[in-house]
Ligand binder design. Structure first.
Ligand SMILES: NC(=O)c1ccc[n+]([C@@H]2O[C@H](COP(=O)([O-])OP(=O)(O)OC[C@H]3O[C@@H](n4cnc5c(N)ncnc54)[C@H](OP(=O)(O)O)[C@@H]3O)[C@@H](O)[C@H]2O)c1
Length: 317
């Protein structure tokens, strides 16, 4: 049974991972998070909730060997969920893990689009930092085992309502009953819901052998933009107004965004990859980690409708 220390635990992905670990707590004798004083100060309520659930909170500087080694003492498994900008901070942590005999496994921050899907993946800008981490592991991490959990896009984010300035990147607006679909609308894409992301990470931790030192490709369901739209229309009992952003238009928007150094450029690139088929596999690896029972499009659309309705009621839209 693994004792697990999570980095990036209060982030967008990290909190789903921590919540799933807490839910599976009897399988993990010790759960901890490593976080900064700034996060403790700014996310006090969440930190208190986690403490109340028996999660040990280690506060320190992720760049300090001393702080990290002190936290590593009590764990054998590291789960990392650093955000895109902090991906390279994992290299120091991997170096320290390799030097710490009690650390047996490290799950690097992946949880997204496959960065080694095809030869073209090597040139995709958003993949570069994660590729560097994989290269470091290949070259320097010999004793500590790793698994790259590749989930494809989060369904909640793909089915969200985008602000008007960027809705060409794909948008589902429940109140306006308006959607912008990518490509022809018929391209299949494999998605993972965020609760399933947490379950997949837990399942990966519970099945170390079949997933030792490799990437696994897991997802909740595969669907098309037209099927998503049909589900929204069914559940809202209304016909939606629809526009499309063709693959060619998406590529143009992507190019302009990178040329003008917009942070949003990453989103255009990832969505172009999805439309091009970069989330599809002959076989997914859910069975390898005993996780065939995933969420469905129907459940997800119900949740998106509820979330957007609540946001509107709360004045956030
Ligand atoms: N599949 C998808 O659609 C999708 C979507 C979004 C993200 N992702 C992936 O999920 C992973 C996590 O992304 P995210 O969006 O959840 O990240 P995030 O919310 O931006 O950040 C996650 C955490 O990273 C830590 N962090 C921030 N700056 C740091 C720094 N300078 N040094 C060390 N740690 C730092 C913080 O940890 P504390 O909690 O300790 O403050 C933060 O909460 C990434 O690999 C990302 O590519 C996938």
């Amino acid at each position: 049974m693994a004792s697990v220390l999570v980095f990036g635990a209060t982030g967008v992905a990290g909190i789903y991972i921590v919540n799933a670990l807490v839910a599976a707590k009897p399988s993990f004798p010790r759960l901890g998070i490593f976080t900064s004083q700034n996060t403790v100060d700014t996310k006090g309520e969440l930190i208190q909730r986690l403490k109340g659930e028996g999660v040990h909170v280690h506060v320190g500087d992720v760049g300090s060997d001393e702080d990290v080694l002190a936290a590593y003492k009590d764990y054998d498994t590291i789960v990392h969920a650093a955000g895109r900008n902090a991906i390279l901070s994992q290299i120091g942590l991997l170096r320290l893990a390799e030097q710490s005999p009690q650390i047996k496994r490290f799950l690097p921050s992946e949880y997204g689009t496959d960065i080694e899907y095809s030869p073209a993946s090597a040139n995709e800008k958003p993949h570069q930092l994660k590729l560097k981490v994989r290269a470091y592991i290949q070259e320097h991490v010999k004793r500590v085992q790793h698994t790259y959990v590749v989930t494809g896009p989060y369904a909640e984010m793909a089915l969200t309502r985008m602000p008007p300035a960027v809705e060409a990147v794909g948008s589902f607006d429940v109140h306006a009953k308006k959607a912008t679909l990518l490509g022809s609308g018929d391209e299949p894409v494999s998605y993972t819901t965020m609760p399933d992301l947490g379950r997949f990470v837990v399942a990966t931790l519970l099945h170390p052998e079949p997933v030792r030192n490799r990437a696994i490709r897991v997802n909740s369901f595969t669907t098309t933009a037209h099927d998503v739209l049909a589900e929204f229309e069914k559940q809202t009992s209304a016909k939606w107004s629809v526009s499309h952003t063709s693959l060619e238009e998406l590529k143009k928007l992507e190019k302009v965004a990178w040329e003008s150094d917009k942070p949003f450029a990453t989103v255009y690139t990832l969505r172009r990859i999805w439309v091009e088929g970069g989330t599809l596999y002959k076989e997914r690896d859910n069975a390898l980690v005993g996780c065939e029972d995933s969420e469905t499009l129907t459940t997800l659309v119900e949740r998106v409708i509820r979330t957007q309705t609540d946001e509107r009621a709360g004045g956030q839209l």
